[in-house]
Design a protein around this ligand. Sequence first.
Ligand code: DQA
Length: 156
Amino acid sequence: MSKPIFVLNGPNLNLLGVREPAIYGAETLTDIARRTEVRASSLGLKTDFRQSNIEGELVTWIQEARSGACGIIINAAAYTHTSVAILDALNAAEKPVIELHLSNVHRREAFRHHSYVAAAATGIICGFGAKGYELAVEAMADLLKRQGAPAPAGKS
Ligand code: DQA
């Protein structure tokens, strides 16, 4: 099987299940990792699911994805709204990127409306809770399929 999809999770997502469940749901990150892996394997893909509270560690993992992953799904949590370092790393990775959030950030405080990650992402999934992780895997499967497909006639 080919390289895994890196599913990277930022600060405070280790607290899922107890952290503001009305916004983020009752599932733990371990529950979410499991359902993500199950969906990926049903599509013939594998995931490498990680979480860190440290910006630099996320940057290091994104750098690792350049040679170690087929694509990146990232819920950068609060770093979404602040981190140029994560944006630069995502651009350098040269992999398909999907931005992900459990909550609909556009319905929330204005400071959550801007995303640095979005500038490097093919697409964004937000507002579907834990289900969003499965949707992101499905979207990534599609992107990877398109990437491997021959160019349409007249577009080579
Ligand atoms: C989040 C949304 C962010 O604004 C917030 O800082 C998070 C989680 C989400 O999944 O909804 O920590 O990324």
